[in-house]
Write a protein that binds this ligand. Structure first.
Ligand SMILES: Nc1ncnc2c1ncn2[C@@H]1O[C@H](COP(=O)(O)OP(=O)(O)OP(=O)(O)O)[C@@H](O)[C@H]1O
Ligand SMILES: [Mg+2]
Length: 224
């Protein structure tokens, strides 16, 4: 059974009396342990797709199945519980908490889950070192560069060792070398922690370095 299945998913936005059909019947299986890149033009619907896949946004029609179970048939509290437990999300905008340091931001999901504090901070620090920010743990988001903030957001998404990592352009603000370092880290967490990951990127070279490649165009997803 696939870890994640998307079955005939439709998603539209309605704004100022106009309808924008973004996802038009997307079906797809993602197996446990896969590392997948997703490319497509700006506005094609990559973020929309990731939000539906990550249960942040319900589709207008169709189903998202996790291990065969339809996630949107659960109630809101159950969906939120499922999401917190299962999915690590790196948003296109980082959404770090401005009044907390990088270290506190990364540890936060673990502290909210009432994990043991010293262990949570130790693992948060280790993750920050792995994204190259061992010297920035005490900086607040306003005291970080855009790319550094994105790397903090990636570390935060990994702190609970989620089954699934959904990353929306985690290397969007990074120079090529740092971007390649982040993709290297994604390959490592995929291999070492068995985290299944879908990574949106505009960088074709990095996209091609992923074992499976998807392209979103015309409201549909195809293997690229
Ligand atoms: N809340 C919204 N209301 C109305 N339209 C929206 C909304 N969010 C997104 N859209 C539209 O839906 C389309 C898909 O948006 P989406 O953010 O998924 O694109 P994307 O592929 O992630 O683009 P980018 O590469 O620029 O991040 C776009 O045309 C966008 O203008
Ligand atoms: Mg986007």
């Amino acid at each position: 059974m696939a870890l994640l299945s998307i079955r005939n998913v439709f998603k539209s936005y309605f704004l100022h009396g106009k309808r924008i059909d973004v996802l038009r019947g997307v079906s797809l299986d993602i197996e446990r342990g896969e590392l997948v890149s997703l490319v497509g033009a700006s506005g094609a619907g990559k973020s929309t797709f990731l939000h539906v896949l990550g249960t942040l946004d319900a589709p207008a029609a169709g189903e998202v199945l996790f291990e065969g179970r339809s996630v949107f048939s659960m109630n809101d509290a159950e969906i939120a519980e499922f999401r917190n437990r299962t999915i690590g999300f790196v948003f296109q905008s980082h959404y770090l908490l401005p009044e907390f340091t990088a270290l506190e931001n990364v540890a936060m999901p673990a502290l909210i889950q009432r994990r043991e504090r010293a262990g949570a901070y130790a693992y948060a620090r280790e993750l920050l070192e792995r994204v190259g920010l061992g010297q920035r743990v005490d900086h607040r988001p306003g005291e970080l560069s855009g790319g550094e903030a994105q790397r903090v957001a990636l570390a935060r998404a990994l702190v609970l060792k989620p089954a699934v990592l959904l990353a929306d352009e985690p290397t969007g603000n990074l120079d090529p070398a740092t971007g390649e370092g982040i993709h290297q880290l994604l390959r490592e967490v995929n291999r070492e922690l068995g985290i299944t990951a879908v990574v949106v990127t505009h960088n074709e070279t990095l996209a091609r370095s992923m074992p499976r490649r998807l392209r979103l165009a015309g409201g549909g997803v195809s293997e690229a």
